[in-house]
Design a protein around this ligand. Sequence first.
Ligand code: CO
Length: 285
Amino acid sequence: MKNLLLIGLFAITFCNMGTNAQTKTRKKGILLITFGTSYPEARKAFENIEQKVKTLWPDVDIYWAYTSGFIRKKLAKQGIQIDSPSEALAKMGEAGYTHVAAQSLHIIPGSEFHDVVHTVKGFSLVQKGLEKTTMGRPLVSEHEDLERIALFFTKQFPIATDEEAVVLMGHGTHHDANIYYPGFQYYLNDLSDRYFVATVEGYPSLDNVIKQLKKEHIQKVTLTPFMSVAGDHAQNDMAGKEKDSWKSQLEAEGIEVDIVMKGLAEYDEVVKIWIDHLKEAFDEL
Ligand code: CO
């Protein structure tokens, strides 16, 4: 009797496994995740990425999520509804997706990126969740990424005279991954000593870079964001009219400033790096 019961249980279990595997067809989707921006102009950069992703995966649906609750709320007041990563993943599950490749449009693997990794992984662990989720690396995380992005900047912003330099505005973070910024500086130095990266909230600061500019007798600086979009930080902290904006601080040092108000997501060569990372994640599905 006991044996019969066991056999019965096994049979039920195996039957269920069989039907689950047969009835659930694979449906692959892509989820693009960014901090987000409330600037309509800056969102053009995201459209550029979406176009590129569509070209490569014409039959795969693309979902978007913003990690910033502040920006999502701000946009909701304007009637623009954008999901958080977990909302988007839940929707994808509801819509019948079984396999999702998520791509982080973050710059470095900092705290936001790691939060997203947990969320994306979590959805493949919960019952009735997605069968498999993978996560693409942010813009710069491996040696080759840093080489590519350093080369991109030196080509995109060629320097005409000895007195000119290019200053990139990175975000910076309290997270250990802030080391990517001084690390990136080393890659830039490998190519030229006229390209500098400074951060709003981490190390190096603009003061650190101003010291270098003075040492090199730089007269003219091209200032541009090292962020996915030219959003709030670029418009205000970098190029704002206030005395403490980077533009004002550099001008106060007698340096002429030229602003390039373009986020990284607007450059095809940079988008290519994110897309290469998405390819890796998609191939893992
Ligand atoms: Co910020």
